[in-house]
Design a protein around this ligand. Structure first.
Ligand code: S3P
Length: 446
């Protein structure tokens, strides 16, 4: 655990101008390490996210006997051991803050000959794991957890897995991916059906690594008994990291910013749809393909926004972008209503409560619903915000501060490094004002 607590002090800076490239995609980076490790041969990853979450996943696979080299920052060479080549570890496997790491690993480890224990930090240790335990147990896995179905997960080795035809009760790419990864080790066919389509990186990457898989939005089917073949993976820039700048440039008058080569997988870009419906001015240029994924430069200019309603299919396509969407809504004309987003309550923090609470501190009226919120825009004052140790809450309030009337102090920002190392420097470079504030000894934390 980080020995000190870092805070930010953020306030209006200059209009956002210039050009920047955000770090690599977190979802793709996790999966590239995992499939690279389980493949035969070598996988070279470029654009790898040097975040704590993705580094934790790499460390877990090292602990499981996989050689992973770091020739330079943002690059990894994974020496695959094949599906049956992982070696058990007596020590717990630490996924840090990463729900993706832990849930996908649960699928991989359910199919091994050895026992494993998966642990995480304080936030991950509160997150629901029954959503993966139940279907994996139906496939034949044996997984213990703490009361309430939370980590640590104790995964028994030597279980024979069988395929499953499963309809997800909640739209979750993590659960889908856990089942597909377990399906690699299962006898027969594994089919996953989703209530709303979610990001399909696992499916695309399994196909790219040579595993026969059939998939379409909301559906995936594969059988056990094949092999993965190592290959090069070029990780696109993370749309979820670009999202903070899309909103910041939209709400600060005079801004015009270029975000270079952003990953544009349609299951990730729901925020673009929402912002455009709100009146945002965002152009796509230089559309290209990188490592099998669509990418484009996004050129965003300040524009007056208006409130909208967000619900249904759009929700999973922007599931990680709601914190910053709350900020866009706070700066719009007219109310914004969010529904069908109860999953936000079980992310790195309860993101509905965190954003509603924080915006209220800044003087806004926000009504919480079990599955969303109604945000009434208005002038924002300064204030002290509790980020609840959640990276996306911290960065969202740094964006909100660009339109506040006073200093916004954002507490407990260390976890920004889980997904977006270097956010503060990049934000400052393009005109935002964000500074590291006080450092409080961990012992004085409440
Ligand atoms: C992710 C899926 C999403 C998302 C998370 C990353 C993934 O979680 O919120 O940040 O890489 O599969 P859920 O699948 O739980 O919705």
């Amino acid at each position: 655990m980080n020995p000190i607590r870092l805070d930010w002090v953020a306030r209006p800076g200059r209009p956002l101008r210039g050009s920047l490239r955000v770090p690599g995609d977190k979802s793709v980076s996790h999966r590239a390490i995992m499939l690279g490790a389980l493949a035969e041969g070598i996988t070279r990853i470029s654009g790898f996210l040097e975040g704590e979450d993705t580094r934790a996943t790499a460390q877990v696979f090292r602990q499981l006997g996989v050689r992973i080299e770091t020739p330079s920052a943002n690059e990894r060479i994974v020496h695959g051991v094949g599906l049956g080549g992982l070696k058990g570890s007596n020590a717990p496997l630490d996924c840090g803050n990463a729900g993706t790491g832990m849930r996908l690993l649960a699928g991989v480890l359910a199919g091994q000959s050895f026992d494993s224990v998966l642990v995480g930090d304080a936030s991950l240790s509160k997150r629901p794991m029954r959503r993966v335990i139940e279907p994996l147990e139906r496939m034949g896995a044996v997984i213990g957890s703490e009361a309430g179905g939370v980590p640590p997960l104790r995964i028994q080795g030597g279980c024979r897995l069988r395929g499953l035809d499963y309809t997800l009760p909640v739209a979750s790419a993590q659960v889908k991916s856990a089942l597909l990864l377990a399906g690699l080790y299962a006898d027969g066919e594994t089919v996953v059906r989703e209530p709303h389509p979610t990001r399909d990186y696992s499916e695309r990457m399994l196909a790219a690594f040579g595993w026969p898989i059939e998939f379409s939005p909301g559906f995936a089917r594969l059988s056990g008994g094949h092999r993965l073949h190592g290959r090069d993976v070029a990780v696109p820039a993370d749309f979820s990291s670009a999202a903070f700048f899309l909103v910041a440039a939209s709400i600060v008058p005079g801004s015009e910013l270029r975000l270079e080569a952003v990953g544009m997988n349609p299951r990730r870009t729901g925020l673009l749809t929402a912002l455009r419906r709100m009146g945002a001015d965002i152009r796509e240029e230089n559309a290209a393909e990188q490592g099998g994924e669509p990418v484009a430069d996004l050129v965003v200019r300040h524009a007056p926004l208006h409130g909208i309603e967000i619900e249904g299919e759009l929700v999973p396509d922007m599931i990680d972008e709601f914190p910053v969407l709350f900020v866009a809504a706070a700066c719009a004309q007219g109310v914004t209503v969010i529904r069908d987003a109860s999953e936000l309550r079980v992310k790195e923090s309860d993101r509905i409560a965190a954003m509603a609470g924080g915006l209220r501190v800044l003087g806004l009226e926000v009504e919480e619903h079990p599955d969303g919120a109604t945000i009434v825009p208005g002038r924002m004052s300064g204030g002290t915000i509790d980020s609840r140790g959640d990276h996306r809450i911290a960065m969202s309030f740094a964006v909100a501060a660009q339109r506040a009337d006073g200093d916004v102090r954002i507490g407990d920002i260390a976890n920004v490094a889980t997904s977006f190392p270097g956010f503060e420097a990049l934000a400052r470079r393009v005109g935002m004002q964000v500074d590291t504030g006080n450092e409080i000894a961990a012992s004085s934390r409440s």
